[in-house]
Design a protein around this ligand. Structure first.
Ligand SMILES: [Fe+2]
Length: 168
């Protein structure tokens, strides 16, 4: 279930909702868009099987939005056992922008996107079925959590992939 929490810059909770229309309307001023597609059961599929399974949808999305590249980000809780996990988690957790839109489709699991727009902080818990687009040059961060588990498709408008510009 998609969950939006809106905070002020002092981290006071202003509102929260699981209602998709409310979430879309609340995010509209920031330019962030979110859609919910029907999630499919994929627990037993390998990453290659998933990419094959989604191939025609991926091609349709690439054509519709002009994306040039796509990859599958697949994270399981074993990642948290690695010595370098804190630095991996922190790479996405530090506030940053991109020159490209950040576009994700969650196939399974969940992750927390946070958008900083004007004097508001929008925390969006995305889960299976969520298609989210964070426009280029939007301040944001992503938390995979202390016990990460998700698979998502990442769409890119150029071949350089995920390139962050961190806030000084
Ligand atoms: Fe990002």
């Amino acid at each position: 279930m998609t969950l939006l929490k809106i905070f002020d810059e002092a981290a006071n909770l202003i509102s929260e909702s699981e209602d998709l229309k409310f979430i879309q309307d609340s995010l509209a001023p920031s330019g962030v868009s979110i859609e919910r597609w029907n999630p499919l059961l994929v627990e037993s599929s390998s990453d290659n099987e998933l990419l094959e399974f989604y191939e025609s949808d991926i091609e349709k999305i690439k054509a519709a939005y002009g994306f040039k590249a796509v990859d599958l980000m697949s994270v399981d809780p074993e990642l948290a056992q690695r010595e370098d996990f804190p630095s991996i988690r922190n790479k996405f957790l530090k506030e940053h922008t991109h020159a490209d839109d950040e576009v994700r489709y969650f196939i399974s699991g969940s992750g927390l996107f946070t958008i900083h727009h004007l004097d508001r902080v929008y925390s969006i818990s995305c889960s299976a079925g969520d298609f989210i687009r964070v426009p280029a040059n939007t301040w944001h961060w992503f938390d995979m959590g202390p016990c990460p588990e998700f698979k998502c498709l990442r769409f890119f408008s150029d071949e350089s992939g995920w390139v962050p510009y961190y806030r000084e």
